[in-house]
Write a protein that binds this ligand. Structure first.
Ligand SMILES: Cc1cc2nc3c(=O)[nH]c(=O)nc-3n(C[C@H](O)[C@H](O)[C@H](O)COP(=O)(O)OP(=O)(O)OC[C@H]3O[C@@H](n4cnc5c(N)ncnc54)[C@H](O)[C@@H]3O)c2cc1C
Length: 389
């Protein structure tokens, strides 16, 4: 695929090119069972074992605690997700969730929390989850009703979380809860009394996901992650790093879909010509490649900004990359199915799996409309301080 050459021409530093090759090795190892893994809504044992053997999950925690780089490097996570998503959404999410579920611990947790959990997250001995969403609260996160309160020497957690990736496989949850007039993150071991995982209906693209109740969960006071009532800021930092990586996964998905479409369009003839030489198909292919390169450039730039600055300051760029790359991936995979005609509709074919996997990406970690709202607000504030200022 020509994009490989362009990737390198884009000046991705050698260390990331080397990392991409490592990720390709893992993707090749997982290819034989990718269809099987992508059908599952429970953790696929061979995928988990292959990821653990690759050592790549060490990118999701800092070197001080079993990680590979001094800090979690958003560009490294992004490059790896791009490659893994091309092969298996299950593989990509297993890798990514280790970081999403533990990033607040890496950046804000106590040294005891970091010592206990992060090396196990890096080795995949412990599976991580981040619990924000609730039955009645999705995008409007400030509306959560889960509470954390002092209880003698400890803390008491009560509430329900919904649609939590890895909930049915997790060893630890980072949970956002209301504490008085603020929001606090707490680390909850899955084995704590009162943690009740409840299965969820099957999604269009199966995902390791479940609802989870925290029913009068008693925790030590040391379970807060970071300071009381500073949880929202920590979540925004997590999003700044990992929204850019969703964009990376979307770029990988789009790249894989386009490759499928190009191969098909080159090899199938209609009206005496390869599909790739029919005007309308040419237009779709050209549009897709151009959009793919736009998405990749914006994604790498957002990931570099999140790497080189306090991530919270670069959230708007991660949001832009996530918005652009997931919307573009949606368009590219849709065009790819169109180019492949009836062959694009076959259940569990590569392009059909990509088509289904693309859809949730425009909803989770910030729905596109919500991202447009926050990007627009940031723009407005960046010019003359905003409306009425
Ligand atoms: C596969 C998957 C994995 C997930 N994993 C996790 C996880 O690990 N942890 C977790 O906490 N959550 C997780 N979620 C939940 C996810 O974060 C929410 O689905 C997401 O935040 C959107 O919330 P919602 O689905 O309740 O939609 P709602 O908030 O009800 O929004 C529905 C739609 O309304 C529109 N809308 C909403 N607000 C606005 C606005 N302000 N402006 C304009 N339009 C708006 C948008 O079109 C949006 O798509 C996951 C979801 C999925 C699908």
């Amino acid at each position: 695929m020509p994009s490989t050459g362009l990737n390198d021409a884009m000046g991705l530093p050698t260390e990331y090119v080397v990392l991409r090759e490592r990720a390709r090795g893992l993707a090749r190892a997982c290819e034989p069972f990718a269809v099987e893994a992508d059908r599952l809504s429970t953790l696929h044992a061979e995928t988990r074992a292959a990821l653990a053997a690759s050592g790549l999950a060490a990118l999701t925690v800092p070197a001080s605690h079993g990680g590979e780089r001094e800090k979690v490097d958003p560009l490294a996570v992004c490059v790896v997700r791009e490659v893994l998503m091309e092969t298996s959404a299950h593989l990509d999410e297993t890798f990514a969730m280790q970081g999403i579920g533990s990033y607040a611990i890496s950046s804000n947790g106590s040294s005891e929390q970091q010592d206990e959990w992060l090396p196990r997250v890096a080795s995949l001995e412990a599976i991580a989850a981040l619990a924000l969403t609730e039955p009645d609260t999705g995008s409007d996160l400030r509306n959560i009703t889960t509470t954390i309160a002092s209880d003698g020497d400890g803390l008491l957690l009560n509430g329900q979380k919904a649609f939590i990736s890895n909930a049915n496989a997790a060893d630890l949850f980072t949970v956002m809860a209301r504490e008085d007039d603020g929001y606090t993150l707490v680390l909850v071991p899955a084995e704590a009394d009162g943690v009740v995982v409840k299965p969820l209906a099957e999604l269009i693209a199966p995902h390791v996901i479940a609802d989870v109740d925290f029913d009068t969960v008693r925790l030590p006071a040391s379970s807060r992650v970071g300071e009381p009532k500073k949880g929202f800021e920590a979540v925004l930092s997590t999003l700044a790093v990992f929204r850019a990586s969703v964009a990376g996964a979307a770029v990988g998905l789009a790249n894989a879909a386009l490759e499928e479409a190009v191969r098909h369009a080159n090899s199938r003839e209609q009206f005496g010509r390869p599909l790739a030489r029919l005007g309308a198909v040419e237009q779709m292919l050209a549009e897709s490649w151009t959009e793919l390169e736009m998405a990749r450039l914006l994604t790498y730039r957002a990931a570099m900004l999140a790497r080189d600055n306090p991530p919270r300051q670069t959230l708007v760029h991660s949001s832009m990359a996530k918005l652009a790359a997931t919307e573009i991936a949606g368009r590219i995979v849709d065009r790819s199915v169109q180019i492949m005609g009836r062959f694009g509709l076959i259940r569990d074919s590569k392009v059909e799996r990509l088509y289904r996997a693309a859809r949730p990406m425009r909803i989770y970690e910030g729905a596109s409309e919500v991202l447009r709202g926050s990007i627009s607000k940031a723009l407005s504030e960046s010019v003359s301080g905003g409306p009425g200022a």
